[in-house]
Design a protein around this ligand. Sequence first.
Ligand SMILES: N[C@@H](CCC(=O)N[C@@H](CSS)C(=O)NCC(=O)O)C(=O)O
Length: 294
Amino acid sequence: MCSVISRVKPVQRALASTLRLRTNADGLNYAAAQSRRFCPGFITGAQPLWVTSRSYCARIATTDGLLFRQLFEVESSTYTYLLADADTKEAVIIDPVLETIDRDLKFVSELGLKLTVAVNTHCHADHITSTGLMKKRLAGLKSAISKFSGASADIHLKEGDKIPFGRHCLIVRETPGHTDGCITLVTGDQTMAFTGDALLIRGCGRTDFQQGCAKRLYKSVHEKIFTLPDECLLYPAHDYLGRMASSVGEERKFNPRLTKTMEEFADIMNNLNLPNPKKMATAVPANLVCGLQD
Ligand SMILES: N[C@@H](CCC(=O)N[C@@H](CSS)C(=O)NCC(=O)O)C(=O)O
């Protein structure tokens, strides 16, 4: 389905024949999954969340051959995303957080995944990435970040690059404005996009530090995200109100900042007056070298 970028090594495909999953329900009983959709996303307690009508979560469960997990880190309200080819088990993790490295690696191990790439959507200011430490704990794992981030990594990404995992891939769209090196990762079929801090649900990343520029962000969102199909589901790096996903059509219509003119948007962004993230002084230097190393 997607071509392979030369900088990522081909992954062992021998697992494919022995480790096949029922793709429609990620291992759940198929009939049950059809009648009562299981939401594999953010779970606040021990009980899984069941949804009765077709929703964002239901859409996830019906994506052909794609295993998807939306994970949450409570202190920084960060979403980490795990995507894998249900047949080959090749997997990619987006924006993993240091505090939740054990949880994330347990998922990888329990689901029998072969994690090949850990990608950060940008150099985060509010938490330390677990990418560096994850590389030490998983042989063959490669880190990836935008070439414009200023951060070290095995793979430096640019517009149009593809991160393959089995029959699936993520395609890089550069969406600077919150930082210089912000990227949005879009699935090959354009049904899902991981927007980092460029576009949040009914909001967007702040533009008052780390090379932030409101007009640049406005242009990025309008040209690189709002040009995706209306049905494309959007998954941000954060949400502070418990929301999990949105869609392009929804944000084009209801985002209170991005529906304004560029001048109005810049005025809003330049007057947010938010306090700096609590961990900023330690997070940024650490993330420039792929997070903590030991
Ligand atoms: N309170 C948090 C930081 C909250 C914050 O500033 N979030 C950023 C994304 S992480 S750099 C942001 O862009 N927010 C935009 C908004 O409108 O809220 C902490 O102390 O860590």
